[in-house]
Design a protein around this ligand. Structure first.
Ligand code: AMP
Ligand code: FE
Ligand code: FE
Ligand code: ZN
Length: 295
């Protein structure tokens, strides 16, 4: 029994709808999946329904853009309460800044004599959490670049002329935000960030887990992070980080983490709720029954 705990839908920069993702998950034989769209949970309702129809367990989640000591870090929040008002408020802020950033990137492109219009990017993105991949797709669609890679390499990568830094919240603040929404905070793809020295700081801030298994991690990286997770008593998670088709096939199915990871996430969420004095409804076996007495 396996799970994929890192998937993006077209509610952020993935190309599959939640229903298409659930269909792929079914064909891959997953028992559980999480939707981890960037800075939004808007796809979770549809994903939950689609997973239910496919008899797959669904873990509501989001991948938050955060910063620590000048480095961009992605923090996955799992088992989040999608109705939590503080979380929704923060996500709305993220999305407004992402929108403004699209205008900024388009302006830079216009200065470079690429007459792309922001409206074309928004029409293509059709979501509240637009990002560079949508600009890249618009550049390809308009014929200014022949591939997404070219769009990133020429214009959108960090340091390239149309790159604009993204709004981020502090990693410690993000961990607090995730916790107050009933969730667990997991550092996404640590192998891609090269900031292992920050991990103890994140552990001190209450981080719950490490995404040891990821489609872009080498075997050596996976072993290293499994070791670090063990050392700091962190939960182990993993996922494909599927954004749709990748070099001719979808990434979903390329990474299969043991279902145990999901059970451990649930146990930790439940323990946090009990320790934090949150109210637990009748069933202790169902993490979704956690109710925040303050809300
Ligand atoms: P943003 O959140 O707007 O900064 O965009 C980051 C997203 O761009 C990542 O989550 C990836 O999905 C995507 N990305 C980053 N680099 C590349 C690349 N070279 N080619 C295609 N997509 C990329
Ligand atoms: Fe992405
Ligand atoms: Fe990420
Ligand atoms: Zn991701």
């Amino acid at each position: 029994m396996y799970a994929d705990l890192h998937l993006h839908s077209n509610f952020s920069d993935g190309t599959y709808t939640p229903e298409e993702l659930a269909g792929h998950a079914k064909r891959c034989g997953f028992k559980a999946v999480a939707l981890t769209d960037h800075d939004t949970m808007e796809g979770c309702e549809r994903m939950a329904a689609a997973c239910q129809a496919e008899e797959i367990q669904f873990v509501p989640a989001s991948e938050l853009t955060t910063e620590c000591d000048g480095h961009e870090l992605h923090l996955l929040g799992y088992m989040l309460d999608g109705q939590n008002s503080k979380l929704l408020e923060e996500l709305a802020k993220f999305q407004e800044v992402r929108r403004q950033r699209i205008y900024g990137m388009v302006e830079r492109l216009n200065e470079l004599r690429v007459p792309l219009r922001a409206e074309a990017v928004f029409a293509l993105a059709r979501c509240h959490s637009p990002g560079r991949p949508h600009v890249a797709r618009a550049l390809v669609q308009g014929g200014w670049c022949s591939s997404l890679d070219e769009a990133f390499d020429r214009f959108l990568k960090k340091g390239k002329p149309a790159w604009i830094p993204k709004f981020k919240i502090g990693a410690a603040e993000a961990i607090g935000l995730i916790h107050q929404a009933g969730g667990l905070a997991v550092l996404a793809h640590p192998g891609l960030n090269h900031v292992d020295e920050i991990i103890p700081e994140l552990v001190a801030a209450g981080m719950d887990g490490l995404e040891c298994i990821h489609s872009k991690h080498s075997t050596a990286m996976t072993h290293r992070y499994l070791e670090l997770a063990d050392r700091y008593r962190l939960l182990v998670t993993g996922g494909s980080d599927c954004h749709g088709m990748n070099k001719g096939k979808p990434l979903i199915g390329s990474i299969k983490v043991p279902y145990q990871c999901v059970e451990q996430l649930r146990e930790r969420a439940l323990k946090r709720a009990v320790d934090g004095g949150f109210l637990i409804a009748d069933t202790l076996s169902d993490a979704s029954s956690i109710v925040d007495p303050k809300s």
